[in-house]
Ligand binder design. Structure first.
Ligand code: NDP
Ligand code: 13P
Length: 339
């Protein structure tokens, strides 16, 4: 294997011992970085440190001895950059706990995808609100199933950072032949695709479970992209970002594969299972369940029309029936195709 070049951001901390945190830790190791993975649950820390496998969230992937695992947030104090990979609804509280322990100036790269339910805050806002001013925030988002990244399969992501020099340093620190970050300065736009695609993937899963066909799925992806773009523009993001890896790329991936937890949850709903029944047998997070209500609240505040997301929220949170909700979408007035 080619030796990766040295980086001033050599010590990478990864916060979150789920599937994505573990896969990103492996990607950082492959990029040649010293990597420390923090997990919340002692049993997960122990399994990864001693048995060298994350059996709960990423089974079957051996963890090299070079990957250090800890349950102590204070260990992050030695890291030059931290990847925050806790689920979106916990990102703020985990950041608040680690904030006083971070090295001054160390960037926090948010890798969670979602919008806060209570505040309707984007992840950069939620995390930025509890970080000391000197610790900048960046975003890593894109079409990235954790299991594929963990196996070293080729993957590309958007890495967004307002500070160009820091963005370039993060790309150099995390990038490798098979994990290819593309730099952006659109911190807002790069978060919207990853958050909203999870809601749209639930809709596409319903289409799958209800056997409504591939045409319907393509229609949802395309009109879903229009919803994502409208929201991003209203928040100050750029349309071109939504045509990139964090937008169209992630939307296409997540809405086309039952590997997606969100799409498979939608498929189970479409087959007639109740949400509580589906969630009862899952340990892994399906962010769209929470983001649906958050995005509908945020869109209402901004006056942005998001009919597909509203339909998903109605099914998940407001007891709406599947068939009448689908009928409601199909009965909307015809309109022009533009965003
Ligand atoms: N999996 C994937 O392919 C990808 C995931 N993402 C995003 O990454 C984020 C994390 O997802 P992923 O790694 O898949 O998660 P998993 O479903 O694999 O694991 C859930 C994680 O959430 C943690 N958790 C549960 N409750 C809390 C809490 N109260 N406070 C802090 N942590 C908690 C769990 O820790 P514990 O075991 O200690 O409860 C566990 O680490 C999500 O936003 C997801 O959308 C992004 C790209 C790809
Ligand atoms: O974000 C992801 C792919 O980019 C993972 O999607 P799911 O959470 O739906 O599995």
């Amino acid at each position: 294997m080619k030796t990766m070049p040295p980086s001033p951001l050599n010590r990478i901390g990864v916060v979150g011992g789920g599937a994505w945190g573990t896969a990103l830790a492996l990607a950082a190791l492959r990029a040649g970085r010293e990597t420390l993975l923090w997990a919340r649950e002692p049993a997960v820390v122990e399994a990864m440190s001693l048995r060298r496998e994350n059996r709960d969230y990423l089974p079957g992937v051996p963890l090299p001895d070079a990957l250090r695992v800890t349950g102590d947030l204070a260990d992050l104090g030695g890291c030059d950059a931290v990847l925050l990979v806790s689920p979106a609804q916990h990102a703020r509280s985990v950041t608040a706990r680690m904030a006083p322990l971070l090295k001054p100036g160390a960037p926090v790269v948010v890798c969670a995808k979602g919008i806060e339910l209570d505040s309707h805050a984007l992840m950069s806002e939620a995390v930025g609100a509890v970080l000391p001013g000197g610790n900048p925030v960046a975003i890593l988002s894109g079409p990235t199933f954790a299991a594929e990244v963990a196996r070293g399969l080729p993957t590309a992501v958007t890495l967004a950072c307002a500070d160009e020099a820091l963005g370039t340093a993060l790309v150099a620190a995390l990038g490798s032949r098979t994990f290819r970050p593309y730099r952006s300065d659109d911190v807002v736009g790069s978060q919207i695709g990853g958050a909203v695609k999870n809601v749209l993937a639930i809709a596409c899963g319903v289409v799958e479970g209800r056997r409504l066909g591939d045409n319907a799925r393509a229609a949802l992806i395309t009109r879903g992209l229009a919803e994502i773009t409208r929201l991003a523009l209203a928040l100050g993001g750029r349309a071109e970002t939504l045509m990139g890896l964090s937008g169209l790329g992630d939307l296409t991936l997540t809405c086309s594969s039952l590997q997606s937890r969100n799409m498979s949850l939608g498929a189970a709903l479409g087959e007639g299972k109740a949400l509580a029944e589906i969630l009862a047998v899952r340990r892994s997070v399906a962010e769209g369940v929470y983001t649906a209500a958050a995005v509908v609240g945020l869109a209402a505040k901004l006056g942005v029309d998001m009919p597909i997301c509203s339909a998903v929220d109605a099914i998940l949170n407001r007891g709406a029936g599947l068939d009448e909700t689908i009928d409601g979408l199909l009965s909307r007035p015809f309109r022009g195709e533009g965003v």
